[in-house]
Design a protein around this ligand. Structure first.
Ligand SMILES: [Zn+2]
Ligand SMILES: [Zn+2]
Length: 415
């Protein structure tokens, strides 16, 4: 039956429909790997000079690069780990070198852990053990979200409840610097809405990954941080961040390339599965890969949504969840729209941290937003505020501190 023949190899029976083509499982697997390899080649090309010129620079005789990869246990990052394994296996079987290796990091957002028995490995650690057994070539590490509390690049005072007076507040910012998982849990649950909680949690996870990767990179050189974001995930983030007033930061959040962690460390950040849709990665997991996942993991839902639910219960939907539902539908019926959202964003220019124009027309260095770490768009922030009126209270109002926050963080924290 000709309809059932794979359109690519024209030999095997087609079992999937991918981008309107009936294709067989082998060709589908090749399609996913090729899309990923192409992005890794771009990474390789764009970071080549930093690879050879880095101080202390790795093993000069080795062409095998080391990447730091985030794993949320969701479909996209899980698929990324397996795709990398398959790419390496394929290279080795052709007598070539491995090209790269992964150090895979899971940020554990379970803030209840402190109360449980320390001798028992956390659920995330137990899960990682399965991954270690399945992918012995890679190293896996669990990083508790509470490690974020050690970061000085986050202005914790801005995240504390703003019902204190000026006097107590000065003490508060020192005495009450959050230090335990329970503190962090309180900060997150005190945020004004489901969107705020999800937003702050997501950006803390992201900042922790970036900061760990950038910091570790100085000691044991890593060439890049890889995040498993599909086209769909990037499109969702584009619209969600725009809705939250962080449109200015999109080039740093969506595009591939060098970013900085807010403490002066530079890091290359790439999304190797950015050309694949989420449903393709979910299909890859069930049809090609055999990652150590349980049945319930094959749900079309980003893992971060479920981890957000683990931290705080929410009655209403966050903007991210609305976007996820919306794009799940758009992806099925109009996939080109999803891809276009991301391609359009990719054309936006980055205005760097280092070249912020001050009022005298000169340039100064901006540390960026003290919570999300993204560069501040000062004129833009004014515009955003202008549409709803100024938020700054009278002198001494803790909310005066918000001038170090971008518009998006300001809204997330203060409602
Ligand atoms: Zn085929
Ligand atoms: Zn911010």
């Amino acid at each position: 039956m000709p309809d059932k023949q794979c359109r690519r190899c024209k030999e095997q029976e087609a079992v999937h429909t991918i981008r309107a083509d009936p294709i067989c499982n082998d060709c589908f697997s090749l399609f996913v790997k090729t899309k990923t390899v192409k992005r890794l080649e771009v990474l390789n090309r764009e970071t080549k000079s930093s690879h050879t010129g880095r101080p202390g620079g790795g093993a000069p005789n080795s062409n095998v690069r080391k990447f730091y990869a985030g794993l949320s246990f969701g479909p996209s990052s899980s698929a990324l780990v397996d795709i990398c394994e398959q790419i390496i296996v394929g290279r080795l079987s052709r007598g070539r070198d491995a090209a790269f290796n992964l150090h895979v990091v899971h940020v554990d957002t379970d803030l209840e852990q402190s109360s449980t028995d320390l001798d028992t490995p956390s659920p995330a650690e137990q899960r990682l053990d399965q991954w270690r057994a399945r992918y012995p070539r890679f190293t896996f590490e669990r990083v508790p979200l509470k490690d974020i509390l050690a970061l000085d690049t986050i202005d914790w005072a801005t995240l504390l409840p703003s019902n204190t007076t000026e006097e107590t507040e000065q003490k508060a910012s020192q005495a009450q610097r959050p230090s335990t998982p329970a503190d962090l849990r309180t900060i997150i649950s005190n945020l004004p809405s489901a969107t705020s909680r999800r937003d702050v949690l997501d950006l803390l996870v992201r900042r922790l990954l970036i900061s760990k990767a950038a910091f570790t990179a100085e000691n044991a050189p890593y060439d890049a941080l890889l995040l498993g974001c599909s086209t769909t995930a990037l499109a969702e983030r584009t619209l969600a961040e725009t809705a939250k007033g962080r449109g200015f930061s999109l080039p740093w959040q969506i595009n591939d390339g060098a970013i900085e962690d807010g403490a002066g460390h530079k890091l290359a950040l790439y999304h190797p599965v950015r050309e694949l849709f989420r449903n393709e990665l979910v299909l890859y997991l069930s049809a090609v890969a055999q990652p150590p996942l349980t049945e319930g993991d094959f749900v079309l839902m980003p893992a971060s949504a479920s981890s957000a639910a683990a931290v705080v219960s929410h009655k209403d939907l966050s903007i991210e969840e609305v976007m996820t539902r919306y794009f799940a539908e758009v992806e099925l019926n109009y996939p080109s729209i999803v891809a276009n959202v991301v391609r359009t964003t990719a054309k936006l220019e980055r205005h760097s941290h280092d070249h912020v124009h001050d009022h005298d027309g000169g340039e100064s260095t901006s540390p960026g937003c003290r919570v999300c770490g993204m560069p501040l768009d000062e004129a833009g922030n004014e515009r955003w505020k202008g549409e709803i009126g100024p938020l700054d209270g009278p002198e001494g109002d803790p909310r005066l501190r918000v001038e170090r926050l971008c518009y998006g963080c300001e809204r997330s924290i203060h409602g």
